[in-house]
Design a protein around this ligand. Structure first.
Ligand code: PLP
Length: 401
C-alpha cells in the first residue's frame, strides 16, 4: 500500500490565508451586496513598474527570435542579474557580497522552505512566535516538529525574541517582521550574530520587506553586522519591494565564508539547485534587472512611499485608541492589539460581519499572536482610512486594549 507523508497530519488543517479566504468567500456568498475592504493578505496592489514591463516586453521579443531566444536559464540565475544585485543591493552599501554568492529563484517562499534540504533533521530550529507560517510548516512537513524551539515575541520584549537558553542550530529571523511589523536595529541583531558564531549556529535571515526600512538604525542586510558572513544566509524577494508577487523573482545569499560541518553552504546550495531547480525565466530576470535602473529605483521609491503612507494613516487613526502594538513604520504591517479578552478569530469574524473589513487573525501566526490582528498597508489611502475608522469604532465598543 502506498503511504503518504505522515507529517501532513501534523499540520494545522488549513494554511492561514486559505482559511481567511474561505471565511471571506462564505460571507461574500451570503452577502453579495457587501463591499469588503481587504486589509488582510499581504499582496501588493500597485501595477508592475513601467520600467519592468518594458524590460520584460523586450525580453519576450528576444525570446521570439531565433538569434536571441534562450533555453534553460542557469540554475543560479543569469550573470547580469546577479551582478546587478551584488553591486546595487550590497556593494553600494559597503558589503562585500559577490555575484557568485547570489542565487536567483522564483520566490523567497520556495527558498525559505527548500533551505532545510541543507541541514540535518536533528538540528534544533528556533522560530519566533508569532511567525510567517512557511518556516514552521515546512519544518513540520520534513519531520522536524520535535526540533522546533519557539521564541515568544510579546509586548514585554517589544516583539523581539530573547536569546534562547538552550542551544539551537538554526535560527529564523525575519526583519522587518511579518506579522508584527517589528524591524530589528543593529543593537537587536548583534547578539544573535554573536550567539550564532559562539554556538556554531546558522541564522536564516528573511529580508523580504527590506525596502520598507526607513529608520537609519535598522540594517537593510544581516551582513551589516560583523561576523554575519560566517553564520547567516539571507533571503530577499522582489515581491513586496518591487511588486513582483505575480511575476515571481527572489534571491538568496550564501557568503562563501559560511562553512558548517566542513561544507561551504554556498556549494551545497548550488548542488541542491542544480538537482531540483531549473532556473527563473529570462523574461522575469530581465524584469528584475530593470528594478535597479534609474527609472526602476524611482518607481520603487514611489510605490514603497505609497504603501508606507497607508501605514502612517492607519497608525494615525488607531494609535490614539491604544490599538497599535507594533509595526507600520518600517513595514507594511501593523500589529493591532485587541480589547482585553477578545480572541483574534472572533475579532476577525466580527470585523468581517459587522463592518466588512478583512484582517488577518494573529493566532494564525502562532500562539503568541493570540489577542492581535495584522493589518496591511497594501491597499489605497481612502480604503485604508475607512477600514481603520471602522476597526477603531467597532473595537472601542469592546473596551480597552
Ligand atoms: N518571507 C516573508 C516574511 C513573507 O511575508 C513572504 C510573503 O508574504 C515571503 C517570504 C514570500 O515571498 P515570495 O513572494 O518571494 O515568495
Amino acid at each position: 500500500m502506498t503511504k503518504i507523508n505522515p507529517n501532513f497530519q501534523l499540520l494545522a488543517n488549513n494554511y492561514l490565508f486559505a482559511e481567511t479566504a474561505s471565511r471571506k468567500k462564505k460571507f461574500q456568498l451570503a452577502h453579495p451586496e457587501a463591499k469588503l475592504i481587504p486589509m488582510g493578505i499581504g499582496d501588493v496592489t500597485l501595477p508592475v513598474f513601467p520600467s519592468v514591463v518594458a524590460a520584460m516586453q523586450k525580453a519576450v521579443a528576444e525570446m521570439g527570435r531565433a538569434e536571441t531566444m534562450r533555453g534553460y536559464a542557469p540554475e543560479q540565475g543569469y550573470d547580469f542579474l546577479r551582478e546587478k544585485i551584488a553591486g546595487e543591493a550590497y556593494q553600494k552599501r559597503g558589503l562585500a557580497i559577490t555575484a557568485d554568492e547570489i542565487f536567483i529563484s522564483d520566490g523567497a517562499k520556495s527558498d525559505c522552505s527548500n533551505i532545510l534540504d541543507l541541514f540535518d533533521g536533528n538540528n534544533k530550529i528556533a522560530l519566533c512566535d508569532p511567525i510567517y507560517p512557511v518556516y514552521m510548516d515546512t519544518a513540520i512537513l520534513t519531520g522536524r516538529r520535535e526540533q522546533l524551539v519557539f521564541l515568544p515575541c510579546m509586548e514585554e520584549n517589544g516583539f523581539w525574541p530573547d536569546i534562547p537558553k538552550e542551544k539551537v542550530d538554526l535560527i529564523w529571523i525575519c526583519s522587518p517582521n511579518n506579522p508584527t511589523g517589528c524591524a530589528a536595529t543593529r543593537e537587536q541583531l548583534r547578539p544573535w550574530v554573536d550567539y550564532a558564531l559562539k554556538n556554531d549556529a546558522v541564522i536564516l535571515f528573511d529580508g523580504a520587506y527590506e525596502a520598507f526600512i526607513t529608520r537609519p538604525e535598522v540594517p537593510h542586510s544581516i551582513y551589516e553586522i560583523p561576523g554575519a558572513e560566517k553564520c547567516a544566509i539571507e533571503f530577499r524577494s522582489f515581491s513586496k519591494t518591487a511588486g513582483f508577487t505575480g511575476v515571481r523573482c527572489a534571491y538568496t545569499v550564501f557568503p562563501k565564508t559560511l562553512v558548517k560541518d566542513g561544507a561551504v553552504l554556498r556549494d551545497l546550495w548550488f548542488r541542491r539547485q542544480s538537482t531540483k531547480f531549473n532556473g527563473v525565466s529570462y523574461i522575469v530576470q530581465r524584469g528584475a534587472e530593470a528594478v535597479f535602473s534609474e527609472d526602476g529605483q524611482q518607481e520603487q521609491e514611489a510605490a514603497i512611499g505609497y504603501y508606507l503612507e497607508n501605514a502612517r494613516i492607519a497608525r494615525l487613526i488607531l494609535e490614539p485608541l491604544g490599538l497599535v502594538a507594533c509595526g507600520g513604520e518600517d513595514s507594511p504591517y501593523t500589529w493591532i492589539r485587541l480589547p482585553k479578552g477578545m480572541d483574534s478569530w472572533s475579532a476577525f469574524d466580527l470585523l468581517l460581519e459587522k463592518v466588512h473589513v478583512v484582517t488577518t487573525p494573529g493566532a494564525g501566526f502562532g500562539r503568541c499572536g493570540e489577542g492581535y490582528l495584522r493589518i496591511t498597508a497594501f491597499g489605497n489611502p481612502e480604503d485604508t482610512a475607512e477600514a481603520c475608522r471602522r476597526i477603531a469604532e467597532l473595537l472601542s465598543r469592546y473596551g480597552k486594549a
